[in-house]
Design a protein around this ligand. Structure first.
Ligand code: 6PG
Length: 253
């Protein structure tokens, strides 16, 4: 697949550094080209190190980006309050946005404290306004950050859920059996319309699913990360050796 680049690093630290360098490269070129940059942040635990590196005053990344030109969104969110330990917004706000002093007007979180469907419709309405896609157009993010679960899910696109087949909505509020709760997520159309996607996947527990996603037969209902196949963008996979251990051809840097 020519629109996909897989890079394997020794560990999470090196993986995060490689992803940070790619983030800076994409942000610099986006801002140079159009004076702005839109990114949907990933949740979970893997991206925390990336966020810390980008915001760290003792690292080179922070000084290389005009952060004022970036608008921050989320690819998915749990249906919890923004100050919950479970909140993807809280994790990114504490590790990236607050340390960078990002203006609140550039931070666009899900209103995850509302009921799920209301929060999804509200976020979709805002996306249509912000990206000036009032009718049935699909917003085009400059970059969407994603992780992958041990079951092959990404964002909140979980195996065998209806949202995998969603073709109209930009944002959905699927009920996720395994958690007994709703989640909030960008739909496949929005993710696949992005200019760039960065996946960060680390840990041996992801190795089996990753082999299926990257080297197995195409079965996105079972391994939803396979849905990510950009129409005209590039997908960058940053993996650690543990997660990549079953891949057919090692792309170690
Ligand atoms: C979430 C994420 C989810 C995450 C994967 C990997 O809300 O949890 O959006 O898709 O990226 O579950 O999570 P870890 O990085 O914690 O392994």
């Amino acid at each position: 697949m020519e629109n996909r680049k897989v890079t394997v690093l020794n560990n999470l630290e090196e993986l995060s550094r490689a992803a940070a360098a790619k983030f800076v490269e994409l942000a610099q070129s986006g801002i140079a080209a159009k004076g702005s940059f839109t990114v949907a942040l990933a949740g979970g635990s893997t991206p925390k190190k990336l966020y810390e590196l980008l915001a760290d005053e003792n690292e080179s990344f922070r000084a290389e980006v005009d952060w004022r030109k970036i608008n921050f969104f989320w690819g998915d969110e749990r249906c919890v309050a923004p100050d919950s330990d479970e909140s993807n917004y809280r994790m990114a706000n504490e590790s990236l946005l607050k340390p960078l002093n990002i203006s609140p007007s550039n931070i666009h979180r899900f209103k995850s404290e509302s009921d799920a469907e209301t929060a999804a419709r509200d976020y979709e309405r805002f996306l249509r306004f912000f990206f000036n896609e009032p009718n049935d157009g699909v917003p085009r993010f400059d970059l969407i950050l994603l992780g992958m679960g041990a079951d092959g899910h990404t964002a909140s696109l979980f195996p065998n859920t209806d949202v995998l087949r969603e073709t109209e909505k930009l944002v959905a509020a699927p009920f996720v059996e395994k958690f007994g709760t709703h989640r909030l997520t960008l739909t496949p159309n929005v993710i696949n319309n992005a200019s760039n996607v960065i996946f960060q996947v680390a840990g041996a527990d992801k190795a089996d699913a990753l082999r299926e996603v990257l080297d197995g037969e195409i079965q996105p209902e079972t391994f939803p990360s396979q849905i990510v196949n950009l129409s005209s963008g590039k997908v960058y996979w940053f993996l650690d050796e543990a997660a990549a251990q079953h891949l057919s051809s090692n792309h170690k840097v």
